[in-house]
Design a binder for this molecule. Structure first.
Ligand SMILES: [Zn+2]
Length: 154
């Protein structure tokens, strides 16, 4: 019987590790309690707003949907710490920059498998979904992917 491989987030604390969480799969950022600035990647020690500098930040789930700000094909193998098996042929993927209106920020991420630049016109609505970055004998390295919202506004 095949042993169940451990699902391990590629980065700890950047997204929920449970796709069945009550709010669904979400990216996790932090928000400053003083000025309300939101950070992703998360900022835990102090607020980076130069006019603030407070040190109390709380974890918040980011908006599950946003709009394509830009995207591109990635046809080279990024260097470490990017996890990839040099013994395997490189599979190009699509990198998407997604604008989250409520957080007033742009978040990068890979498009879901099979989604290319032609599927991601600027302004198209996308949603965050659980994804797999790489797999080895022991682990399935999990990440987030963006995919077009079915019937989403353009
Ligand atoms: Zn602040």
């Amino acid at each position: 019987m095949a042993r169940e491989r451990e699902r391990t987030p590629v980065v700890d604390g950047w997204f929920t590790d449970d796709a069945d969480a009550p709010d669904g799969f979400r990216l996790l950022g932090t928000r400053c309690r003083s000025c309300g600035s939101v950070f992703f990647p998360r900022q835990d020690s102090h607020c980076r707003n130069p006019a603030c500098g407070a040190s109390t930040l709380e974890e918040i789930p980011l908006s599950p949907r946003g709009r394509v700000w830009s995207c591109t094909d990635v046809r080279y193998r990024p260097p470490a710490p990017y996890a990839s098996d040099p013994g395997r042929p490189w599979e190009p993927y699509t990198l998407v920059a997604v604008e989250l209106a409520a957080e007033r920020m742009v978040v990068l991420g890979q498009a879901a498998p099979g989604v290319g630049v032609a599927d991601l016109p600027v302004g198209a609505e996308v949603e965050v979904v659980p994804g797999v970055l790489a797999e080895d004998e022991e682990r399935v390295w999990t990440t987030w992917h963006w995919r077009p919202v079915e019937g989403g506004a353009r």
